[in-house]
Design a protein around this ligand. Structure first.
Ligand code: FAD
Length: 492
């Protein structure tokens, strides 16, 4: 049997020995909640029984969608809801898992489930493709990675996967110079840095290719799952009232407001509570294309590919996509740059990200371009006007706290969570989390679901603050002990 090992604790029964449900027994509500013989009327109520209704009928009485609810009501629902406890045996010997979210974590969870012989369906909202925060914008001949820029690799299992992607020509190491750029045009290249990987045609192409050779994974997109409801021993998913299938187990592979709302009426209070503890930064992205190369800062003699900007509120990262993707400092025009703000700038200028007022977009653009000018040490007003710009707000950009555990799984409700925030704030963290949860659910399904207590993970873990760059953690550029030490054994 495959096992997931994290910091020398097995994520199967022996791990649970260290972090069992009993960890919560001091808490009176949770104690009764988790004790099968509890007399509390609101707990341990079996919402899903295979004997009560006909398989596949769907819930008789559907609850009203919680979408559009106020934050207060989401909170109230989250903490008041009853725990779903699946008592029926798993539906068949060919279970199917629903994965809600097609970012790095959800995709690798699906991949690992397939490796273990388990079918899954990945639901994602992406209109243009999969990937979530591995987004790339293709505008005429211009290409911009508008969230994740590159990734580093410190975990051996992730390394194997990245080597495979390299062999397939999906990713390669980036050779361009990156470093720190201090206000006034002082650039300090990183003299030694761990290998940085980029997706050769933009991050989104990597996301869209990860499942291309799979045979047991269905992808449904664009699809926004608005409700998950337990019925008849299965999870029933729907998108604004439209039934999207029934599943033996569910994975929440996204976070933020959307996940909080989805979980607030799901019957998964422990999972919902953990999700609510997560705190996220907000970051503005400015995509800008220039006719001419940007002037080199200060005494720099060669163009740099990317820089963590220091001492400027409106800019924390600037990356030359054209140089990165062409692997040449002389490529272009156009010269396509991605600029990111600091989280404090993001927070101060926050607006609804789906509906950015024109005035805010213009203000943010001007402030960020002024920040670039300052970073490069140029005279005010001397930066040449870009030929193309677009601003975007990442309202739920990066986690700022973490439970520091690869995944969360509630075996009573047969639901897990994966995502970057469980271990850190990077593509690597998301990848390891997805692989771990896929493996854990495969173990659980193989067990037949009859020993749920052995499979509870992360339901009561405390959170701690995350350190790192504003756009993620990159071991070597910034150490991340949690990721380096996570050993994931994912054999069949
Ligand atoms: C500005 C920025 C820069 C970054 N730069 C880097 C970098 O250079 N290197 C690095 O390693 N990391 C970087 N990161 C972090 C990295 O992008 C994330 O850690 C990683 O992509 C997270 O993957 P995930 O699977 O956890 O979540 P996501 O990528 O967020 O995936 C979640 C998916 O679920 C979908 N979804 C949400 N709700 C639903 C629903 N109800 N139904 C269906 N689908 C749903 C979303 O649309 C999304 O596609 C950056 C992030 C940001 C915001």
């Amino acid at each position: 049997m495959a096992t997931t090992v994290y910091n020398n604790h097995l994520l199967t029964s022996s791990f649970i020995h260290h972090f069992p449900y009993t960890k919560s027994l001091k808490h009176p509500t949770l104690t009764s909640f988790l004790t099968p013989s509890s007399s509390s009327p609101t707990i341990n109520k079996t919402l899903c029984s295979s004997s009560s209704t006909k398989e596949g009928d769907g819930p008789k009485k559907r609850r009203r969608s919680s979408y559009g609810s106020s934050r207060k009501s989401v909170l109230r629902k989250t903490f008041k809801q009853e725990q779903v406890t699946f008592t029926s045996p798993l539906s068949s010997d060919d279970p199917v898992v629903a994965i809600i979210g097609g970012g790095m974590s959800g995709l690798l969870c699906a991949l690992q489930l397939e490796k273990r012989g388990v079918r899954s369906t990945v639901f994602d909202t992406g209109i243009h493709g999969l990937g979530g925060r591995m987004g790339t914008r293709y505008i005429d001949e211009m290409v911009f990675d508008h969230a994740a820029q590159f990734f580093t690799v410190s975990n051996s299992v992730f390394r194997e996967l990245v080597d495979e992607w390299s062999q397939k020509g999906l990713v390669r190491q980036s050779q361009g110079v990156i470093g720190e750029l201090e206000a006034g045009g002082h650039f300090f290249p990183f003299l030694s840095s761990p290998p940085r990987y980029i997706a050769v045609n933009g991050m989104r192409t990597l996301a869209d290719s990860i499942l291309s050779q799979s045979s047991m994974i269905e992808v449904v997109r664009p699809c926004w799952i608005s409700s998950i409801e337990p019925y008849n021993g299965m999870w029933h998913l729907s998108e604004n009232g439209k039934h999207r299938g029934q599943f033996d187990a569910t994975v929440i592979a996204h976070n933020g407001k959307c996940a909080n709302r989805l979980l607030s009426t799901s019957g998964l209070p422990l999972i919902a509570r953990q999700m609510k503890r997560l705190e996220l930064s907000s970051i503005w992205a400015l995509l800008a294309a220039f006719e001419d190369p940007l002037p080199l800062p200060g005494k720099t003699v060669a163009p740099f590919e990317g820089a963590f900007v220091k001492g400027i509120d409106s800019v924390s990262w600037m990356g030359n996509n054209t140089q990165k993707l062409s692997n040449s400092p002389n490529a272009g025009p156009p010269h396509c740059w991605t600029f990111f703000s600091t989280p404090s700038f993001g927070k101060r200028n926050k607006v609804p990200q789906e509906n950015i007022p024109n005035a805010t977009a213009e203000k943010v653009k001007q402030l960020m371009l002024a920040g670039v000018e300052n970073a490069l040490g140029l005279e005010t007003g001397s930066l040449k006007k870009p030929i193309y710009t677009r601003v975007q707000l990442w309202g739920a950009a990066l986690p700022t706290n973490t439970p520091g555990i690869p995944c969360i799984f509630d075996p009573l409700g047969r639901t897990g969570i994966c995502g970057d925030w469980l271990l850190g704030s990077s593509l690597e963290a998301a990848a390891i989390s997805g692989l771990s949860l896929g493996n854990h659910i495969a173990d659980f399904l193989k067990s037949g679901g009859s020993r749920p207590d052995e499979f509870a993970v992360g339901l009561h873990e405390d959170f701690h603050p995350l350190q790192g760059h504003d756009i993620g953690q990159f071991p070597g550029l910034e150490s991340n002990k949690d990721i380096c030490e996570a050993e994931v054994q994912v054999g069949a």
